[in-house]
Design a protein around this ligand. Sequence first.
Ligand code: ARG
Length: 246
Amino acid sequence: MKFKKSLVFIFVVAAVLVLSSGVMAQTYVVGTNASFPPFEYVEEGEIVGFDIELIKEIAKLQGFEVEVRDISFDSLIPGLASGSLDIVAAGMTITEKREEVVDFSEPYYSANQSVLVHEESDANLTVLFGNHDIGVQTGTTGDTWVRENLIQTDILTGEIRNYDSYVFVIRDLSNQNIDAAVLDKPVAETYSQNNPVQVVAEIITGEEYGIAVGEGNEELLAEINAGLEKVKNNGTMEKLIQKYFE
Ligand code: ARG
């Protein structure tokens, strides 16, 4: 009898624990811009990619849930500031300017910029000089690089064309509506696999991607860094790199 009672007690405690952990698991809203393959893109209506798997893995390891939202890239940082987003996982480069308004995790990927042109074009780096039209995604480091180095110096006398989505940059480049695009090299290379476009130059910018949270959200940042550390150490990071880049 005594044995039975303690058994019941253990079951009740276990049930309460299971239920409360289910109820208490935090859900964080993750913002991304899913036009950045292989980091984030839409496949059969679903947001997938390296960053999405990475943040889901971190969530699993640290015991929280995520809900991923696809919005324009230049709305991501304002979303963290306003509280409509908790986390940004978007191949976002850690920059000093962004550091002023959000907090970044430890870096998880390194990349440079690149110049993408039509596959039939014999252009090279000099497509960025003179009267050419260059496509960029609004608010990206590629956008800033073109403005600071080409527009403000009058090296580029054509137009800088701003887009919300890289899908439309690639479409306009494929249709030869623009002469070139400046974007992160791993993404340019991914697009060149399935579109009539080619990478003709690399611009060494030495960028590092980080996962961002709202300024001062130390608790969440610590969770993300702890998860990221585990992912780097338990072989998951290597598997993700193999899956998406090799
Ligand atoms: N790394 C560049 C930046 O931080 C481009 C990122 C674009 N990401 C995206 N998901 N569209 O500005």
